[in-house]
Design a protein around this ligand. Structure first.
Ligand SMILES: CC(C)(COP(=O)(O)OP(=O)(O)OC[C@H]1O[C@@H](n2cnc3c(N)ncnc32)[C@H](O)[C@@H]1OP(=O)(O)O)[C@@H](O)C(=O)NCCC(=O)NCCS
Length: 144
């Protein structure tokens, strides 16, 4: 990777094709690759290294983090945090100030990342995942 990572983060244009590396990383991180973002979705990338996918509801000033992943070879270097903070800034600039996500409580790395970025627990969905694990719900509210 060359150049400062923060300067390489970009939002992909809506309705564009999904880059192959995003699908590969999606499969590596989650075991399945989602299709190209729908009209209400937004995707930020650190090319070849990380992506974050959101569902946006402008009428409610809300956005939900659907997936965030960093290539395994680049984890633990602050890149997940850099990407998440860039998304949060851009969303806030668009007026999307109520942010939500769900995460497995056993996913210690993700939980730590979210808490480091100012997210707070706000509920639980019991036995939400197919293996019976609960989903922990988190929210982040930008100062407006
Ligand atoms: C979760 C994930 C995105 C974190 O990305 P990352 O680039 O490794 O995270 P960062 O290096 O930016 O770390 C951010 C914070 O989380 C902590 N952290 C990261 N991975 C961790 C782990 N495995 N265990 C404990 N803490 C961890 C870091 O110490 C850091 O905390 P700090 O700022 O207080 O020091 C990455 O591990 C990943 O892609 N996981 C697989 C996909 C996934 O589970 N996504 C989340 C569910 S959608």
């Amino acid at each position: 990777m060359t150049g400062a990572p923060e300067a390489r983060i970009q939002r992909l244009a809506g309705n564009g094709a999904l880059p192959d590396w995003v699908s590969r990383l999606d499969r590596t991180a989650f075991g399945s690759a989602w299709k190209a973002p729908a009209a209400h979705e937004a995707l930020w990338v650190l090319p070849e290294v990380a992506f974050a996918r959101w569902a946006c509801i402008p009428a409610a000033a809300e956005a939900e983090l659907l997936r965030i992943a960093v290539d395994p070879a680049h984890r633990g270097q602050g890149l997940g945090r850099l990407l998440l903070e860039a998304c949060q800034r851009d969303l806030a600039a668009e007026g999307l100030v109520h942010l939500f996500l769900e995460v497995r409580p056993s996913n210690a790395g993700a939980v730590r990342l979210y808490e480091a970025c100012g997210w707070e627990p706000c509920g639980r969905r019991l036995r939400y995942y197919t293996d019976g694990e609960d989903a922990a719900l988190y929210q982040r509210r930008e100062a407006v």
